[in-house]
Design a protein around this ligand. Structure first.
Ligand code: GLU
Length: 420
């Protein structure tokens, strides 16, 4: 068993201590329900053929069809896909979506492919997994280095295979193909709602709070933009190439404009002094709130003691290792866990799926209001569990999710039937 999945499962054991669980439940959640591996053989633009390894893992479908993104990244492997599918299972339960969890991925550096190669790869993915996914079975979505355009190709390919338009098979599609308004910034927005809702409990004052956002992709950028608009000071941002620290703050919109224009964060505008640093070093700079929005395993037992933030909001999936968690907890740092903080993305994916099935499309204010109506009470519930049981927020989120999953396992039929 791989390291990442092994570590992910530790969180489950930790949470189980705080619930009186039927052992059947933990047994059911021990391994993924099913995983399919394939190689995607595609024609490159120069006429040669290349093969890429691909996976899809449906972790658990007790609470409904499985849901989760597809990641394109050179380091994608079975272990990572399983861990991400595990996290999706709990994420959907934290915000009470009628879904189980899944994840997919292709081991590829998407930036090395031309647009038409990327399209052939994405269509090949759907051909390989057409019997595995489905609108009532397993519903993919974007993840790292996949986007609306790719979801559009995938929905199109699936519809061609089944012989009818099937928009509900995939979420995160372009609006013209049945995408939802508000899906693009939904993950960042969800985190923003959670943080704003818990401000008083966390002792945060926007005008005084300095924020570092590691990862300036879709998630990090939108989260930074919304927080900045409400008065938070964004003092650090980074992408995979460049990390910037500016103690007097920067405007995420201007930074994004600069990156669009020049292709790099380097030299982006800031108020006052600006220092270029490394991605790793950025995490350790002075700030109040750290928002890792890039890859997993960024904060571990080694660098956690150097983190200066008082609050870490995980907008990436799994950016803190269990060792890192422990070190942060020991220091009194509050971690708002990924399965709550970044659940806004899958929540609006759920809205998209509902709209596709109903054939009735919502306005943007509707999407925002409904997202807020989900994120805030669930964040509150997690916070209350944390206080009630005197545990960290991550464990509280797992307790909350596990409670819901356990109730669903029991509702499907429990041991009591045999023993009574
Ligand atoms: N990939 C996103 C996540 O990790 C979204 C998944 C979805 O929308 O299904 O939560």
């Amino acid at each position: 068993m791989g390291q990442l999945f092994h570590e992910a499962r530790k969180r489950l054991k930790q949470a189980a201590k705080y619930l009186e669980l039927d052992p059947d439940v933990l047994e059911k959640l021990k391994y993924p329900k099913e995983t399919l591996a394939a190689s995607l053989l595609i024609r490159m633009d120069d006429g040669s053929r290349r093969s890429f390894k691909a996976w899809r893992c449906r972790y658990d479908d007790t609470r409904g069809p499985t849901k989760g993104g597809i990641r394109y990244h050179p380091s994608v492997c079975l272990d990572e896909v399983m861990a991400l599918a595990f996290w999706m299972t709990f994420k959907c339960a934290v915000v009470n979506l009628p879904y189980g969890g899944a994840k997919g991925g292709v081991a590829v550096d998407a930036s090395s492919l031309s647009k038409s190669e990327l399209e052939r790869l994405s269509r090949a993915y759907v051909k390989a997994f057409a019997n595995f996914i489905g609108p009532d079975r397993d519903i993919p979505a974007p993840d790292m280095y996949t986007n609306a355009m790719i979801m559009g190709w995938m929905a199109d390919e699936y519809s061609a295979i089944v012989g009818q338009p099937s928009p509900a098979v995939i979420t995160g599609k372009p609006l013209q193909l049945g995408g939802s308004l508000g899906r693009d910034d939904a993950t960042g927005r969800g985190g923003y709602y959670v943080l704003r809702h818990l401000e008083k409990d966390l002792g945060v004052t926007p005008e005084k709070a300095r924020v570092i956002v590691q990862g300036f992709g879709n998630v990090g950028y939108h989260c930074a933009r919304m927080l900045h608009a409400d008065g938070y000071r964004i003092v650090g941002v980074s992408d995979s190439q460049t990390a910037l620290y500016a103690p007097d703050g920067m405007d995420p919109l201007a930074v994004r404009e600069h990156k669009k224009r020049t292709g790099s964060l380097r030299g982006a505008p800031a108020h006052g002094r600006m220092q270029e640093t490394s991605n790793k070093a950025l995490l350790e700079q002075e700030c109040d709130i750290l928002v890792p929005s890039a890859m997993e395993n960024q904060i571990d037992a080694q660098n956690a003691p150097n983190i200066q933030a008082r609050i870490v909001m995980e907008m990436a999936n799994g950016p803190i290792t269990p060792g890192g968690d422990q070190a942060l907890n020991n220091k009194g740092v509050i971690v708002i866990p990924d399965i709550l903080a970044n659940a806004g993305g899958v929540t609006v994916s759920y809205f998209e799926w509902v709209q596709n099935k109903a054939g009735y499309y919502w306005t943007l204010p509707d999407v925002h209001a409904r997202l807020q109506q989900i994120m805030e009470p669930e964040a509150r519930r997690v916070w209350d569990i944390k206080l009630e049981k005197q545990i960290d927020m991550r464990t509280a989120a797992y307790v909350h999710a596990l409670d819901r999953i356990a109730a669903a396992v029991t509702a499907h039929g429990g041991k009591a039937y045999f023993s009574s």
